[in-house]
Design a protein around this ligand. Structure first.
Ligand code: UGA
Length: 440
């Protein structure tokens, strides 16, 4: 099938590449000329495992093309996806200006019956706005073309995006049009082999499903972080508690890891946007507000532990392992590391940070500053440091040589923001250990 995708961010680029990989003929459009030009030369703007070779192979095979020419791209697609960003507005609602700009462009250039599929994370009711924007442009052109607007939210995770896209748990399709549903079933057939993964529903339910999924996952994390606070105070170890509850299949093992708080471009933004929508419709989102409040507090917890240990961190040099909001990405949007670094700087400490992928991003965000040294290795970050803080659970941080750490880290103290280590093992090496919710 001929597919057009607006937006070459995480969702657009991964979706376009995976659709090309299974044989569809895909054109990706972006307004960013430098990005498009780079993609056509095989320069991938994001770090995502497995993506780069797939983009190059499909581009070389002629199934994946990048362009800034919206008119040609719209002419190409039987199905046109909208996969552009919905950044938070000042009041926490999702800003739809990019989505609606694409809708207007589609209305201006559409030449035949088209299925418009929204993949961006958008508040309930957006499909109606997209439909109205396209209809308005068609009316301006005095054209009477038929089109459908479908909601098809994306559930891929950064760091595992290609896998999530190639092997989805479910494909949510919200539409009231049997023809559009049939078309999307054909489009997604290659991902749908062993059993039916398409969950068909009305448009508004599909729009809400996306937010409900992210809010549920964020709720699990905030719940565990609150349990961790309780564990710390009552003298329990949250890691034992986690193992004790995760084995109940009704609770499950996923997303019950306490830590330094959730970050990224989705959970913080989506929980707030859903709370905003709830308010608009007269619902009081007590739970969603609490999920967000617990997370905001949790992002400050590592600094609290450091203050508890030191009293005052002024003049300390702190080694920070991990800057990305989670492993296998260079993304630092709403990352817990940013809260910690700011608190350390405000308190007069210096930071020596290492991240396997996010150094460039950190340089872009923080610029050059006296109190930040971005290091090339985990070992370099430790040189001359008084304390070690682990913020992101990259694999390479999981089993350090604790005896060596005890020799190098001057104040012999480790703050483990992701509970990677066994406290007894760390302490046996002569280091003080602080984890999340480990009050034993
Ligand atoms: C999330 C969802 O998991 C995807 O299903 C969704 O499609 C995506 O948002 C989106 O809406 O686009 P992502 O933000 O890439 O994906 O990252 P996650 O793996 O979900 O992690 C989010 C944050 O939660 C990270 O900061 C992570 O460290 C934290 N987390 C995760 C915990 O603190 N504890 C856990 O047990 C799990």
């Amino acid at each position: 099938m001929r597919v057009t995708i607006f937006g070459t961010g995480y969702v657009g680029l991964v979706t376009g590449t995976c659709l090309a990989e299974v044989g569809h003929d895909v054109v990706c459009v972006d307004i960013d000329e430098a990005k498009v030009e780079g993609l056509n030369r095989g320069v991938i703007p994001i770090y995502e495992p497995g993506l780069s070779p797939m983009v190059k192979a499909n581009h070389a095979a002629g199934r994946l093309e990048f362009t800034t020419n919206a008119a040609q791209a719209i002419e190409h697609g039987d199905v046109v996806f909208i996969a552009v960003g919905t950044p938070p507005d000042e009041d926490g609602s999702a800003d739809l200006k990019y989505v609606l700009a694409v809708a207007r462009t589609i209305g201006q250039h559409m030449q035949r019956t088209t299925i418009v599929v929204n993949k961006s994370t958008v508040p309930v009711g957006t499909a109606d706005k997209v439909r109205a924007a396209i209809a308005h442009e068609l009316a301006e052109r005095r054209t009477n073309l038929v089109f459908d607007v479908v909601s098809n939210p994306e559930f891929l995770k950064e760091g595992d995006a290609v896998n999530d896209c190639m092997r989805p748990d479910r494909i949510v399709v919200g539409t009231d049009s049997p023809q559009a549903l049939e078309k999307l079933k054909r489009l997604y057939a290659p991902f749908n082999r062993s059993h039916e993964r398409i969950v068909a529903m009305d448009v508004r339910s599909a729009e809400l499903t996306k937010y409900a999924a992210n809010a549920m996952l964020a709720t699990k994390i905030s719940f565990m972080n609150e349990m961790a606070c309780i564990a710390e105070q009552v003298g329990a170890d949250i890691e034992h508690v986690r193992q004790g509850i995760g084995s109940d299949p009704r609770i499950g093992w996923h997303f019950i890891y306490p830590g330094a708080g959730y970050g990224g471009s989705c959970f913080p933004k989506d929980v707030q946007a859903l709370a905003w929508t709830a308010q608009q419709y007269g619902c009081n989102p007590r739970l969603l507000d609490a999920v967000e409040a617990v997370n905001a507090a949790q992002k400050q917890h590592l600094f609290e532990l450091m203050t508890r240990h030191y009293g005052d961190v002024r003049g300390k040099t702190v080694a920070v392992w991990g800057l990305a909001f989670k492993p296998n990405t260079d993304d630092m949007r709403a990352a817990s590391s940013r809260t910690l670094l700011q608190q350390l700087w405000d308190a007069g400490a210096r930071v020596q940070a290492f991240d396997p992928e996010a150094t460039q991003e950190a340089r872009r965000i923080f610029g050059n500053r006296e109190d930040l040294h971005l290091c090339a290795t985990a070992g370099e970050a430790l040189q001359g440091a008084d304390a070690l803080v682990v913020v992101t659970e990259w694999k390479q941080f999981r089993s350090p040589d604790f005896a060596r750490l005890a020799n190098v880290v001057k104040d012999k103290v480790v703050f483990d923001g992701r509970n990677l280590y066994d406290p007894a093992e760390v302490e046996a090496a002569g280091l003080s250990y602080y984890g999340i919710g480990r009050g034993r």
